[in-house]
Design a protein around this ligand. Structure first.
Ligand code: DGJ
Length: 763
């Protein structure tokens, strides 16, 4: 077994990072500046600064925590100048209903959606959390048992912890705020501790809440479905609430746990944007509510519709983290800021910055029709084309219940002896002998009723006694809230990986939860099943990634049904979508890259006609789309002609030369595939290295145009205007200013044509 060289520690206990809680008192007059966190005891005010972003809070004389400001740095100002001081209130509203509140509690006159709601044993639902104290700690504590952002060094980040107390229930709520030296994000979470002698019920505890001044806002969201994930949509907010959510146990295909608030005038490059991204992979909710006075509240966290938690005396409950990102440079600025934070402070381990292997996956090449010899033939062809790693996808396992289709085998993680007489290690050995690495597909959270595992442990699935167990894709969901289930998965996966021959794991998950309940929980805790499942899943992922640090893990959920920061904290890449049709992928990838770094997106070239869409596009177009992400192949290489193989070899060679730009480059959307104007026919994007020395430009044409008569020039962004650049396919060097102001004019012909330019600064 490989040695368990620990990757970055995921849990840093806040207490271990030091600093006792203090309270504002009359004797503290001078403002204290601790790096990026400025505390003014006299004004009872906190100012947190990122690189180009400021976040301000204030404790008012009643002990309420106010959200004063979030945006470009503005320094100190008189809070009396804020709009709620001038709002005229009738007897139908009190001050709380218009105050900019930071973590709004429930039941005292703020009629907007709360961020925290509890029920006491006597049935009270009102709470009043008032400032009790605060502390500033160096570095970034991690949420216990949950994925989170990290700081390699204490000096990279600072964290403000504000404690709020509800005197009636004796509940303490700690609010965590981390800012990083080099980032424009603020990371928030909350922890509730029950200091009373009785249990209380948490009905809602959000990770993020903020109130925005009266103005017109739009909400940007990434919505869709299976094979149509993360379509970017902007909608006007009107009086009332919009809830973007998932409630069935996975972040989901339908909505991504990312939303942004922006002005209707905000463009790709200009205007303010406030993004919030939740570091969680289960059911979530994002609420955007505009009230009668046109104040807008944004609340994001665990979905209260599918959550409840009994907090026993002395216990604490910690929320997932939410990442708030502010950009004054439009949507593009927000995406770049989020990518930067995620590349440096979320994704971790050996593969964080390493070039990712180009892989060939067996799924669309052979589906369930697998065997040892076929995989070896795939590997021989793949090697000749320049592939690095071969992945055996679904269909390799199950003995008593062989996995020949979707109806059986899930849960029995041993190689099928008929298809793979030498086992997975034998196959890996032969593939390794060809000079290729070996990877494997698993779906550890699931079980088919036709399996040895289910025969032994029918109570290990999520279910409710006396009710049918609804099957989807012939499978049931294991109850990962139970320790014995977690341990079974850890041990069965460890057995697969312990020889050290498996270098890559694709971790799939192919259904949502139904009849949600756990045989391991008492009746009054059944609504904890979902969150306990997630905590269990994270324990499994944490254990396995620590135990096998050299393995490259890729998340997957029926395509991109769990593409979220929670998964990326453990697995540095995710399968983007089962839809690999080039034109469809342009929109899916444009939506995905809005919130996630390009190299996190698994992007494979598959056969034509496309299995889902039925469309035929050229090999060139399919490669040019996939090369904007983490490139792989998913087709039967034995069916390719000699010419096709030679063409693929050239694309792989090219990708190897430019993949560092996909990985390290800053993203610029030049023309959106979602644009409904004429320009939407020519989507284009660029990745530019932070030092502006190299760039990649991807230009596409969807429908044929009369000799390019209406095609706009592709104007680059983010280059050094003064520098001279060499552009692939263009003889003479051109200036950055030319490329950004005049632009490139690719000769695109016919339906679905494309061009990639490699732009390199002349030293
Ligand atoms: C769904 C995934 O998205 C596919 O790539 C493939 O792995 C199948 N599951 C296998 O069942």
């Amino acid at each position: 077994m490989p040695t368990a060289a620990r990757i970055q520690p995921r849990y840093q206990n806040p207490a271990a990072l030091g600093h006792d809680t203090v309270q504002f008192s009359g004797s503290q007059k001078a403002a204290k500046v601790s790096g990026r966190i400025h505390v003014d005891p006299e004004a009872r005010r906190f100012r947190l600064t990122g690189k180009n972003m400021e976040y301000q809070l204030q404790v008012n004389p009643d002990g309420e925590l106010l959200h004063l400001y979030w945006g470009k740095p503005v320094g100190n100002f008189d809070p009396k100048l804020l709009p709620h001081h001038k709002t005229h209130l009738t007897s139908w509203q009190n001050q709380l209903d218009v105050m900019p509140r930071e973590m709004p509690d429930f039941g005292r006159g703020d009629n907007r959606t709360p961020a925290v709601q509890i029920t006491t044993p006597s049935g009270q639902v009102t709470s009043r959390f008032r400032y009790k104290g605060h502390r500033v700690i160096q570095g970034k504590p991690s949420p216990e048992g949950l994925p989170g952002l990290y700081a390699d060094r204490k000096s990279d980040a600072q964290t403000l912890v504000i404690t709020m107390r509800d005197e009636v229930t004796n509940l303490d709520m700690e609010l965590f705020y981390t800012v990083f030296r080099d980032q424009d994000v603020i990371v928030r979470s909350a922890r509730l501790t029950n200091n009373s002698g009785e249990p209380v019920k948490i009905d809602k505890l959000a990770s993020f809440a903020a109130d925005f001044d009266p103005a017109d806002y739009q909400l940007l969201k990434l919505s869709g479905s299976w094979a149509r994930e993360r379509q970017e949509e902007r909608m006007d907010l009107k009086q009332g609430a919009i809830n973007i959510s998932s409630r069935v146990g996975a972040s989901g295909h339908e909505h991504n746990p990312f939303v942004a608030l922006l002005s209707p005038n905000t463009t790709e490059e200009t205007g303010d944007v406030y993004g919030v991204s939740l570091v969680y992979s289960g059911s979530f909710s994002a609420e955007a509510e505009q009230n009668r006075n046109r104040y807008t509240r944004l609340v994001m966290g665990l979905n209260p519709a599918s959550f409840e938690w009994t907090l026993a005396p002395g216990e604490s409950f910690q929320t997932p983290e939410a990442v708030g990102v502010f950009s004054a440079q439009g949507l593009g600025g927000m995406s770049r800021a989020l990518h930067k934070a995620y590349k440096k402070h979320l994704i971790r381990g050996e593969w964080q910055d390493k070039p990712r292997p180009i892989l060939l996956n067996s799924w669309e090449a052979a589906f369930f029709d697998l065997n040892h010899d076929k995989l070896v033939r795939f590997a021989e062809e793949a090697k000749a084309m320049g592939v690095d790693l071969v992945v055996v996808d679904d269909g390799w396992f199950g003995d008593k219940y062989p996995r020949n289709d979707g109806t059986s085998g899930l849960g029995d993680w041993m190689a099928n002896p008929e298809k793979f007489p030498r086992g997975m290690d034998g196959l890996a050995e032969e593939i390794n002998a060809l000079g290729l690495d070996f990877g494997i597909w698993v779906e550890p959270e699931m079980v088919n009723p036709n399996s040895e595992l289910y025969e032994k442990h029918p109570d290990w699935v999520i279910h409710q006694p006396g009710r049918d167990r609804t099957e989807m894709r012939h499978q049931l969901v294991l109850d990962l809230g139970r320790k014995e289930v977690q341990d079974y998965i850890i041990e069965s996966m460890s057995r697969l990986l312990e020889s050290g021959r498996v270098k890559y794991v694709k971790w799939d998950m192919n259904r949502t939860m139904t009849e949600i309940g756990s045989a391991g929980l008492p009746p009054d805790r059944q609504k904890e099943t979902q969150h306990r499942y997630m905590l269990g899943l994270y324990r499994v992922m944490e254990t396995l990634t620590q135990r096998f640090p050299g393995v490259l893990w890729e998340g997957c959920a029926g395509g991109g049904g769990r593409f979220d920061p929670g998964m990326l904290a453990y697995f540095p890449q995710t399968w983007t979508s089962d839809n690999s049709d080039g034109p469809s992928r342009l929109r899916i990838q444009a939506g995905t890259v809005r919130a996630y770094p390009p190299m996190t997106m698994g992007a494979h070239v598959t056969d034509v006609p496309n299995t889902i869409i039925g469309r035929t596009t050229s090999l060139k177009f399919r490669f040019h789309v996939a090369m904007a992400g983490n490139l792989g192949l998913e087709l039967d290489p034995t069916k390719l002609s000699g010419e096709e193989k030679a063409e693929i070899r050239r694309y792989l060679e090219f990708y190897r030369q430019i993949r560092h730009i996909v990985q390290d480059g800053e993203y610029h959307l030049l023309s959106s595939p979602a644009d409904r104007s004429i320009a939407g026919n020519w989507p284009a994007l660029a990745y530019v290295l932070p030092d502006q020395s190299e760039a990649l430009v991807f230009a596409y044409q969807l429908q044929a145009d009369a000799w390019g008569t209406t095609a706009p020039s592709v104007k680059l962004k983010g280059l050094d205007p003064e520098a001279a650049y060499r552009v692939s396919g263009i003889d003479d060097p051109v200036s950055g200013a030319f490329l950004m102001n005049v632009g490139l004019n690719p000769k695109l012909q016919g339906d679905y044509d494309s061009e990639i330019y490699h732009v390199k600064k002349i030293a």
